[in-house]
Design a protein around this ligand. Structure first.
Ligand code: ADP
Ligand code: ASP
Ligand code: MG
Length: 410
């Protein structure tokens, strides 16, 4: 049996016409001899009737503090509705598909509401239906904890369902269908001339996804990488080949063109972050006390771009957690300045290792564009700058141009 996992994002399912196009991808796979396992997201984006954000909005109208267990019950319905609608679309084409919730598909999680990790997949039911020649449709983004509770995998989590099933079923290929034709050198919403990357190594896309390239969830790539599941990101609406994610780009056709000359593969951004800068002396312990990291962790607030140098203690958090962080720090006797509505902009590229001048080029590009850099961080394959939200678009465009990532003449 040649198993393929095909995952369709919300925009690929948001109208009857789009569902038809998604269905034609499934029929094509069957025509090529594959046994498809279809993973679906909730239909549409915020504002569409059964989209995840719309479902969340129903309860947020009543109270901003939602019960996490009930939140998961609520939002898991979006993917279940979507799978039933997709099944009806396929039935109309003469197929007799079988719909499974995440739990029925054997996705077992650690039980952390709204951000669960998959601890194992028990694929026996899926395999039984596939052996019968039945196309299986699985509601993405959800699983079942050992307690029997429904849990969801975090925003964008249907990608994780897809690669986890791909690994468990030993699939020949996992296809992620979305509204852009692959992984691009930057978010095309900010950079219209962003180029589609033909071939990308797992670790590089993983890094881009961690730094905000929303087109695929970083944990989905990690699973595919660990289990060596071939992954292709494609557009539902065009016939372009998309991006193949594989172990190594070296030796493929894309290598000489894409790598030798390019220290930077892509520019990514994460909006909605806030910078916390500690001011004054810590109340707990001696001056220089770093105990606030523990208090923030206990409040479920994760930190990034951590900068502890001399008297400076600065880091970033999710902007929607800024009020909670301010409360926690104040209660513990710390003084902090919180600067909100910022964006983390990063250049990512395995080609930058050991290459001098990348930081210089970043600083020059942003300086020339009039963008103030509020903080920086780097790893051997990324350089990140914190900028104001109003500067984000210009910053991404300036870096994209500086590193020559735009569409090239053929
Ligand atoms: P889906 O609903 O199909 O899961 P998402 O909204 O999660 O789709 O991801 C697709 C979106 O990711 C695109 O519409 C695009 O705006 C955004 N995006 C951000 N960075 C990138 C990138 N580097 N390449 C392609 N798309 C990107
Ligand atoms: N519907 C979920 C979300 O909007 C999961 C997904 O789309 O991948 O986050
Ligand atoms: Mg997504």
């Amino acid at each position: 049996m040649r198993i393929i996992v095909q995952k369709f994002g919300g925009t690929s399912l948001s109208s009857p016409e789009r569902r038809e196009m998604s269905a034609s991808r499934i029929l094509a796979a069957i025509g090529e001899g594959y046994s498809p396992v279809v993973v679906v997201s909730a239909m549409g984006r915020a504002g569409d009737p059964y989209a995840t954000d719309t479902l969340l909005g129903i309860v947020r109208e009543i109270s901003s503090e939602m019960d996490p267990r009930e939140t998961d019950l609520l939002v898991s319905c979006g993917e279940i509705i979507s799978s039933v609608v997709m099944a009806a679309t396929l039935r109309d084409k003469g197929l007799a598909p079988r719909v499974l919730t995440g739990g029925q598909a054997g996705i077992i999680t650690d039980g952390v509401y709204t951000d669960a990790r998959i601890i194992r997949v028990e694929p026996s039911l899926i395999l039984r239906w596939l052996r019968d020649g039945t196309t299986v449709i699985v509601a993405g983004f959800q699983g079942l904890a050992e307690s029997g509770d429904v849990t969801t995998l975090g925003r964008g989590g249907s990608d994780i369902t897809a690669t986890a099933l791909g690994a468990a079923l030993d699939a020949e290929l996992v296809e992620i269908y979305t509204d852009v034709d692959g992984i691009k050198t930057a978010d095309p919403r900010l950079v219209p001339d962003a180029r589609t990357i033909e071939v990308l190594a797992y670790d590089e896309i993983c890094q881009m996804a961690h730094e905000g390239a929303k087109v695929i969830h970083p944990r989905a790539v990690e699973i595919a990488m660990q289990r060596r599941v071939p992954l292709r990101i494609k557009c539902t609406f065009t016939e372009t080949p998309g991006t193949l994610v594989t172990y190594s780009v070296e030796g493929t056709q894309a290598w000489p063109d894409a790598r030798q000359v390019m220290p930077v593969t892509g520019v990514t951004h994460i909006m909605g972050v806030a910078q916390v800068a500690m001011t004054g002396e810590a109340q707990e312990g001696a001056p220089g006390d770093l105990g606030f990291f523990r208090h923030l962790a206990d409040a479920g607030i994760s930190v990034d771009m951590i900068n502890v140098t001399g008297a400076l203690r600065a880091f970033i958090i999710r902007d929607d957690l800024a009020e909670r962080a301010a409360r926690v720090l104040k209660d513990q006797g710390y003084q902090a300045k919180i600067d909100r509505r910022l964006t983390k902009v990063s250049v990512v590229g395995y080609g930058m290792r050991g290459i001098p001048g990348v930081m210089a080029a970043v600083v020059e590009a942003l300086g020339y564009a009039g963008v103030e850099i509020l903080q920086t961080a780097d790893s051997h394959v990324t350089i990140s700058c914190l900028v104001r939200e109003g500067d984000a678009e210009v910053a991404v465009q300036a870096l994209h141009a500086k590193f020559g990532l735009g569409k090239r003449e053929v």
